[in-house]
Design a protein around this ligand. Structure first.
Ligand SMILES: Nc1ncnc2c1ncn2[C@@H]1O[C@H](COP(=O)(O)OP(=O)(O)OP(=O)(O)O)[C@@H](O)[C@H]1O
Ligand SMILES: Nc1ncnc2c1ncn2[C@@H]1O[C@H](COP(=O)(O)OP(=O)(O)OP(=O)(O)O)[C@@H](O)[C@H]1O
Ligand SMILES: [Mg+2]
Ligand SMILES: [Mg+2]
Lengths: 229, 229
């Protein structure tokens, strides 16, 4: 599903260059559940943003489903994002003046796969699965940090994506809520064969994945299988 | 330092009442290092916002340094916040168009304790202690999640506060960066007798504190000492 070759991302700030990714090469097969780990500032979110077609690399190739993403137009990239991908952002990125229910319905509006009754049902079911039935009409400022994060998780899976990219999805969640979320991801991966790439800094959470890749200073330093899941 | 009696916080949304805190009673002595734990949505941030004089309870008493906070004017509350308190918000709350250095200097501008040369030195030292010397001129959008969180941590301690309230300060940090941050908090607590109240969902992080209080559905359900620190 994903083939990345010598991926480089350099941010230029005036005179200063920040080399966030310094040549990453790896493959991820359809249906894999991969955890991405590494120190703060090592390039995890930068890597996820490129995989999610939200940002372009400075150099190197990225093939998604055998299509060279760098050759696509902005509209084609937006289409891939809206139809194939689900994204949990590190900062949640919810629309501030919009309720939890409307935030979760949003991806379905873009992808045009469901009618309005189906959208309402799927959004409510996704919010129920993350334990937020009682907060569906709350806007983000009326919810706790972990509740906002769970709205972002519900939004990422509502469109039946091919690939879910989750950046620190349990950063604001207590252990038992985290376990419920990881069970949802694991079920989507095993029953619907959805590919999941998840950044985490928590060892316990990484053990739900099948494979762990570690970044340090923008380079891939480890890539190993998880034993005894 | 802190005495809380039957603290209640109820949010009113049209017809719906959300009882975020349902009567919390406890004391925290000067120089204590307390961890606050509990499920997502249990009232931890609501409790921290009231302790930090950023929000008023719906009912109950809060004495800070034997002063009844509910009797204070807005200006007096702001003065307490700027001079006595350091705050690490769950959402970082950095100023977006402002560099890391300027964000960390901000509390010192309000408290008027230091001149401009001292402010610059103290801010750089605080950013050095959290490992961000190379990012002092970056604005938040030019930093990773964990780097923004560390700017927020540096900002909370730069004013030599009496009390630091840290809401999930390691939620976006890898283990070794988290250990560095916890060593900073522990040193401030042991060497400068700064009182620290810290929300965390990670058991390993809670073990740096001397006392753990647990909330569930807005109530205090556990309050115990940490053994074998
Ligand atoms: N402005 C508000 N209006 C209505 N309800 C609110 C408001 N702010 C918070 N709440 C609700 O109050 C409850 C407690 O929120 P709080 O932010 O204190 O929880 P928390 O323990 O910090 O959770 P988390 O660990 O997820 O950050 C939540 O269920 C939340 O939905
Ligand atoms: N727009 C930008 N301009 C300049 N530097 C940037 C920009 N965005 C990110 N960086 C830098 O690139 C590096 C990698 O950032 P990235 O967000 O990928 O890290 P990360 O591994 O996700 O970290 P964290 O675990 O803290 O979230 C960081 O050091 C950051 O300061
Ligand atoms: Mg990140
Ligand atoms: Mg909170």
């Amino acid at each position: 599903l994903i083939m990345v070759n010598n991926l480089v991302k350099t941010y230029i700030m005036g005179e200063v260059k920040v080399r966030a990714l310094r040549g990453i090469t790896l493959d991820i097969k359809s249906g894999e559940f991969v955890a991405v780990m590494g120190p703060s500032g090592s390039g995890k979110s930068t890597f996820m943003n490129i995989l999610g077609c939200l940002d372009k690399p400075t150099d190197g190739q990225y093939l998604l489903d055998n299509v060279d993403v760098s050759k696509l137009t902005r509209n084609e990239l937006a289409k891939i994002r809206n139809v194939k991908l689900g994204f949990v952002f590190q900062g949640f990125n919810l629309l501030a003046r919009t309720t939890a229910l409307e935030n979760v319905e949003l991806p379905m509006l873009y992808s045009d796969k469901f009618d309005s009754i189906e959208r309402d049902e799927k959004a409510k079911e996704a919010l129920r699965s993350v334990g937020l039935t009682k907060r569906i009409n709350h806007v983000p400022s009326q919810m706790s940090g972990g509740e906002q994060q769970r709205v972002a998780i519900a939004r990422s899976l509502v469109n039946d994506p091919v690939l879910i990219l989750a950046d620190e999805p349990t950063g604001n969640l207590d252990t038992s809520t985290s376990v419920e979320i990881m069970n949802i991801f694991q079920k989507l991966n095993e029953e619907k064969n959805i590919t999941i790439i998840m950044v985490t800094h928590e060892h316990d959470i990484s053990q739900y994945s099948q494979r762990i890749i570690s970044l340090r200073d923008g380079k891939l330093i480890e890539d190993y299988k998880v034993e005894n899941r």
